[in-house]
Design a protein around this ligand. Sequence first.
Ligand SMILES: CC(C)(COP(=O)(O)OP(=O)(O)OC[C@H]1O[C@@H](n2cnc3c(N)ncnc32)[C@H](O)[C@@H]1OP(=O)(O)O)[C@@H](O)C(=O)NCCC(=O)NCCS
Length: 163
Amino acid sequence: MESPDTKSIVLRDVMISDLPIFFEQQQDPEANWMAAFTRKDPADRDAFMAHWTKILRDETTTIQAILFDGQVAGSVLLYVDEDGQLEVSYWIGRPYWRKGVATRGLLAFLGHIKVRPLYARAAKDNIGSLRVLEKCGFTRIGEGSGFSEARGEEVEEFLLRLD
Ligand SMILES: CC(C)(COP(=O)(O)OP(=O)(O)OC[C@H]1O[C@@H](n2cnc3c(N)ncnc32)[C@H](O)[C@@H]1OP(=O)(O)O)[C@@H](O)C(=O)NCCC(=O)NCCS
């Protein structure tokens, strides 16, 4: 039997038909807790669609769908944060966790994005995300905190950079 990590990872531009899949993937309560800094109401489908339609049109944002063995497993994106820094983020649907999808998807994405430095952030207890970033060469450069809508409390995070 083919092992999960030999299955193909392919990045492609996001299609409108991906959005309902991303929406479903972003309903998972554990995923929201992990990510911590999420939308106020992830179940608001109209707000989700409006937000994604806007960022897909935004020329300063780069978004790719991650296909695992031909299935839409998640997304990876690059955007300009509130400090004007280029920041990466990603979200993998729960059925695809722990198969190397985030690591391989982010590595492929970073191969296309030539500009450096890039930044990322993750809640201090989002061990999986920190591991993904560090496997892709990001290093911790600082920390901070912010209000987490998903947890309803202040949450500490690490800031990371890829040079
Ligand atoms: C965090 C997330 C991106 C990880 O995706 P993934 O595809 O499962 O990650 P990978 O399979 O590439 O795993 C990379 C490493 O992290 C580890 N890992 C993944 N999830 C983990 C978890 N929940 N706890 C501990 N380690 C974890 C893997 O075992 C692997 O470690 P290894 O290389 O030592 O074997 C995914 O769980 C997710 O999308 N979560 C919800 C949204 C989110 O948190 N986004 C990031 C916001 S900062």
